[in-house]
Design a protein around this ligand. Structure first.
Ligand code: 4NP
Length: 169
């Protein structure tokens, strides 16, 4: 019998500043989309922050609440800071805003191949280039973040799958 090789998993890392508001929600929404399409065994999905302010903490209760409202449990996640190893572990590093994207590029080890993308590039008809930081606002900001993530997740997954298909020839 020919041994079956396990398919290579594509790594997607979502990055914001604190890893307690936007990127944990992005991780939950994107993973939900991956699982909904039956692709759970083909992806590794994670999130982190460019800053270390909240390392080890669970997501902000307002993120957990909006996630729960839409059937997602993100309470097990714990904040961590972006590390050099992430540039080798992940194929795509997806920034929530432009400041995050700049910080990611500054942290990139020389020669690291990971592709850095901005999430808002996958949200149709968006007027902003940033997923707005809801940390200092009310719960409506978290609803807005969820809505943007929901609108962009499918298109981001389509883009990742298209790139994978192209690489496979
Ligand atoms: P996040 O939001 O980057 O979406 O997790 C923030 C969380 C914490 C802080 C700023 C933004 N902070 O300054 O502590």
């Amino acid at each position: 019998m020919t041994p079956q090789l396990a398919p290579t998993r594509t790594g997607i890392l979502f990055v914001c500043l604190g890893n307690i508001c936007r990127s944990p929600l992005a991780e939950g929404v994107f993973l939900g989309e991956v699982v909904r399409r039956g692709l759970g065994d083909r992806f590794v999905v994670d999130s982190c922050g460019t800053a270390a302010y909240h390392v080890g903490e669970a997501p902000d209760p307002r993120s957990c609440q909006v996630a729960a409202q839409y059937g997602l449990d993100i309470t097990h996640q714990r904040a961590r800071q972006l590390a050099s190893a992430d540039f080798a572990r992940f194929d795509w590093i997806v920034a929530m805003d432009r400041a995050n994207a700049r910080a990611i590029e500054q942290a990139r080890p020389s020669g690291a191949r990971a592709r850095v993308a901005r999430f808002m590039d996958f949200v149709p008809d968006s007027t902003s280039q940033d997923v707005p930081d809801p940390y200092y606002g009310g719960p409506e900001g978290f609803e807005r973040v969820y809505d943007l993530l929901r609108r962009g997740a499918g298109r981001l997954l389509d883009a990742v799958l298209a790139e994978r298909a192209q690489e496979a020839g």
